[in-house]
Design a binder for this molecule. Structure first.
Ligand code: MN
Ligand code: MN
Length: 295
């Protein structure tokens, strides 16, 4: 039996959602051909702080065949180019209650691809209510994407949200699924369809800019100890390499990863030359439907 969020946590979910929605719109308008990626990422992340909220994860900005988990590096040189399909994925939290939302900005001529993930998200949200299964949502998502001639990304999913935790059950598939989780009133989760011109499967690239502490253990290496100290305020939520200004962060990260204390999030990509679009909202299941906190 799912716990129905109490009034305080509902308030935080809803406030975080409203703020995320406003910042995502403002942020989208900054993604223009010729603008510098690092500047835009930093300015959007700053908007979250200015609203008195925290980032649930580094601002994800993923290009073209990259579906997720890219963000600017400290020495980022990229600028937005004509033709780019840019996924802007923002996580805002208030007191640990998370709003996770994403849009795709088309700097080329890919309106139907963008529409595919957007329509899939709209349709999935329409059918959310207690008793529906996660597999039902997956079927609706797959259908909306395939009728437009694209592939849903089958190995990326939506996910439950809990306090300070971005990936909890249930997972919400982007393809039809037998069974799955039966949705219950009070569940909080993100739905995030991805539509692709490629294979519909992502794999890990070598590029890694996002990390997360997953265990607490004693460490000896001073730079590693310092890094853990500097991410303690993350409450276990992911952080960007860019945020660590120690100079020895790469050695520290390698050591912490090998000790099983930190995990990495490599950029996830479909095949080279393909294009992927994504849309995402966070919802709370009610007795007869859902509230979209990030609407
Ligand atoms: Mn997201
Ligand atoms: Mn998500």
């Amino acid at each position: 039996m799912t716990m129905i969020p109490d009034d305080d946590s509902l308030f935080c979910y809803s406030e975080a959602g409203k703020i995320a929605s406003v910042i995502l719109k403002k942020g989208s308008s900054l993604i223009e051909i010729g603008n510098r990626v690092l500047e835009i990422v930093e300015s959007i992340e700053q908007m979250v702080e200015e609203q008195g909220c925290g980032l649930a994860f580094p601002l994800n900005l993923s290009f073209n065949e990259d579906a997720a988990h890219d963000t600017a590096s400290a020495d980022e040189q990229r600028v937005f180019l004509e033709g780019d399909v840019v996924k802007l994925d923002l996580g805002v939290h208030l007191e640990g209650y998370i709003a996770d939302t994403a849009v795709t900005i088309d700097l080329g001529d890919n309106a139907l691809l963008i529409e595919a993930s957007k329509a899939a998200l709209t349709k999935a949200i329409e059918i959310v209510r207690p008793g529906v299964t996660s597999g039902d949502l997956g079927r609706a998502i797959q259908h909306e994407i395939q009728v437009r001639g694209y592939h849903p990304v089958s190995n990326l999913t939506g996910h439950g949200l809990a306090r300070y935790s971005i990936h909890t059950p249930p997972s919400i598939p982007n393809i039809s699924f037998q069974g799955g989780v039966v949705l219950e009133e009070g569940m909080v989760f993100a739905i995030e369809p991805f539509a692709s011109t490629g294979s519909g499967r992502v794999s890990e690239k070598n590029r890694i800019e996002i990390f997360q502490q997953t265990a607490v253990k004693p460490v000896r290496l001073p730079s590693a100890r310092k890094l853990l100290e500097s991410v303690r305020n993350r409450h276990g939520m992911p952080f960007a390499r860019r945020w660590i200004t120690d100079g020895k962060q790469d050695i520290a990260l390698a050591s912490l990863i090998s000790q099983g204390i930190v995990r990495s999030y490599p950029v996830l990509s479909d095949v080279p030359g393909s294009l992927v679009s994504q849309h995402e909202h966070t919802v709370i299941v009610t007795s007869d439907g859902c509230i979209v906190t990030t609407a």
